[in-house]
Design a binder for this molecule. Structure first.
Ligand code: 13P
Length: 285
């Protein structure tokens, strides 16, 4: 079976992206399994530190291995925005395919130093490492007011090159205007900055965080400029909440979880299939 590195290389060569979909419940996971099985395309399943702790790193890793056997297609698991080095190491040891070390709150040199420490540990086990430069702000939820970004929050192309050369990280999360969560106004992407980062960090897999609520046109433009991985969380969380609320409202006496939760699985499958088509992810050969 293909590994994540091969797939990201193929994505860069053929101008498409792989979606990372964050989850913290089994019915969300089943929705993703359904989409992958229907379209036969790879995806990355993301767990933030909170999501990973809730699910259990061992449990989610075991489930992914079972899914690979059952559906005969690779599934990839990424620890999203890992800050706790012990948790990152645990994810590596339990079989995560990738870990994202988020050192963005540290000054440049310290961020690079910690990123290298993670690389030293993870690469021995062929786990891909995503570093982060710039501040990708906001929480994965619904917000009234847009997060205000300053020039200091955004990734400087020259610093990105320096960071990439210094650390030799595999993937790089960059701040180019998107923030986590969904807002009344559209999220804008600084395409010129993205293009410059892409040119200067040629061999790195560039990651767009804050993928929820971005228009198809902007997603396609970002992919054309070098984005190969797009993270989606808020849209998945919203489906879970909206479907559950509706079901509980309409079935006040129902107590069977598998009846109350079935619609969530179907709605998430539909959303993930929609994103896979939008990202033009190629099917696994
Ligand atoms: P959204 O919540 O905007 O989809 O962002 C998710 C994300 O970037 C996770 O790392």
């Amino acid at each position: 079976m293909k590994n994540l590195k091969n797939i990201l290389q193929d994505a860069r060569k053929n101008h498409y992206a792989i979606g990372q979909f964050n989850i913290s419940t089994f019915e969300q996971l089943k929705g993703i399994f359904g989409a992958v099985n229907a379209l036969r395309t790879p995806v990355i399943i993301g767990t933030s530190e909170g999501e990973a702790k809730f699910l259990g790193i061992e449990e989610i890793s075991a489930l992914i291995k079972i899914a690979e056997k059952k559906y005969k297609i690779p599934f990839f698991l990424n620890l999203d925005h890992g800050k706790d080095l012990a948790l990152i190491k645990k994810a590596v040891d339990c079989g995560y395919s990738a870990v994202h070390f988020d050192g963005s709150s540290f000054p440049f040199e310290e961020n690079a130093r910690y990123t290298k420490e993670v690389i030293k540990y993870a690469r021995k086990k062929s786990v891909l490492i995503e570093g982060e430069l710039g501040a990708i702000k906001g929480e994965s939820g619904i917000h009234q007011k847009k997060v205000i970004l300053t020039e200091d929050d955004l990734t400087s192309p020259e610093q990105a090159k320096k960071f990439a050369d210094l650390t030799n990280v595999d993937c790089l999360a960059i701040a180019v205007g998107t923030t986590h969560g969904m807002y009344k106004e559209e999220k804008g992407i600084d395409f010129e900055r993205l293009g410059n980062i892409s040119c200067l960090t040629m061999k790195k897999f560039l990651v767009l965080h804050g993928g929820s609520g971005i228009s198809e046109e902007d997603i396609k433009k970002a992919i054309d400029l070098g984005i190969v991985k797009i993270n989606i969380n808020t849209e998945i969380r919203l489906i879970w909440r909206d479907c559950l609320e509706k079901k509980l409202r309409e079935n006040q006496e129902e107590t069977k979880p598998y009846k109350l939760l079935a619609d969530i699985k179907d709605a998430i499958q539909k959303k993930v299939e929609e994103k896979i088509r939008m990202f033009e992810t190629r099917a696994c050969k």
